[in-house]
Design a protein around this ligand. Structure first.
Ligand code: SAM
Length: 300
């Protein structure tokens, strides 16, 4: 468990800043109100017990706050991540549709769908037009919306999800340029808008500045960078998938039982805004939906 001085509560989503470097809330990443309700709820109880153990283990160490930045470097998981998403292509949309292993019951699924609607409306209202690039586009969930706004090129490292994206666009009578291309590849032109869905959470912390610099170089001056990404809600993944906001590497299992590891960073809005500004973006604005998503935009 990593101590965080500022976080969105893992249960209710409320933003919280700790008062001292030893606050239990910072270990549990739960707000005081949710900590107070730990006896009513298994997840809250588990986080509280782990936080108590972690804090006790740190007694005698020079400073608990040193843990805020002391995260180990991540192995290069890029090939494993590509293999995982190639294999997951046929079941990827279950995540959006809350079907199969991603169905979390009517209450949570309703909340998910409400957040998905919020994210879709948010993206639709952005002033995206002209030449648009979508990186790590996957099965093209967002591509139909984007292709209706301008000339879209959608890229992904894997052919299999792109096949699904192609079918989706055809079903909507839309056109786009679809190519296999690594999200880390150097831009070959400057465009009016760049979009990434659920990709920034796959960028290791140590490489965020590098990726944002690349994102800015994809854009003409004034061009818009938009992204949607994950928040660490316990019900966001599959039933057999634990969400950990502390670790940068997360296990992933497919329906057939195959196991993989991916980089998964649950960014906080404020840290992304700061990183966007440091990368030279203007008007950086990162907000959240009620539970599940981060919504970010900035101008090059
Ligand atoms: C979480 S999915 C997001 C898909 C889509 N953007 C969405 O919002 O639904 C991540 C995608 O990144 C792709 N990917 C993994 N590594 C990549 C890389 N190095 N370059 C480009 N795409 C990559 C995977 O194939 C997968 O489609």
């Amino acid at each position: 468990m990593v101590f965080r001085a500022a976080f969105d509560c893992l249960w209710c989503g409320a933003s919280h800043v700790v008062r001292s470097p030893d606050d239990l809330e910072g270990y549990a990443q739960l707000c005081p109100a949710c900590i107070g309700r730990a006896d009513e709820n298994g997840f809250l109880r588990f986080r509280l017990k782990s936080a108590l153990a972690e804090r006790a283990a740190r007694v005698g160490q020079p400073s608990a706050s040193s843990a805020i930045v002391a995260e180990p470097p991540v192995d290069d998981l890029s090939e494993e991540m590509k293999a995982y998403y190639a294999a997951r292509a046929p079941e990827y949309d279950d995540w959006y549709l809350r079907t199969g292993r991603y169905s979390r019951g009517p209450v949570h699924d309703l909340a998910w769908n409400a957040d998905l609607d919020t994210a879709t409306l948010w993206l639709d209202e952005l002033p995206i037009q002209g030449e648009i690039v979508e990186l790590a586009a996957g099965t093209g969930w967002w591509s139909t919306l984007l292709a209706g706004k301008g000339v879209l090129s959608l890229y992904d490292a894997n052919e299999l999800p792109l096949d699904r994206a192609r079918d989706r666009l055809l079903a909507h009578g839309l056109r786009a340029h679809i190519h296999v291309r690594d999200a880390w590849a150097e831009p070959d032109r400057a465009v009016d808008a760049l979009y990434c869905g659920f990709w920034l959470s796959h960028v290791p912390r140590a490489r965020l500045a590098e990726f944002l610099d690349l994102a800015r170089r994809w854009l003409k001056p004034g061009g818009i960078f938009a992204f949607i990404d994950s928040r660490a809600d316990p019900q966001s993944g599959a039933v057999d998938q634990e969400v950990s906001a502390d670790l940068e590497v997360a296990p992933r299992r497919l329906a057939d039982g195959r196991d993989f590891r991916v980089v998964k960073v649950y960014w906080q809005p404020a840290e992304l805004e700061a990183a966007l500004r440091a990368a030279g973006f203007a008007r950086a604005e990162v907000t959240t939906t009620s539970r599940f998503f981060l919504l970010g935009r900035a101008a090059a």
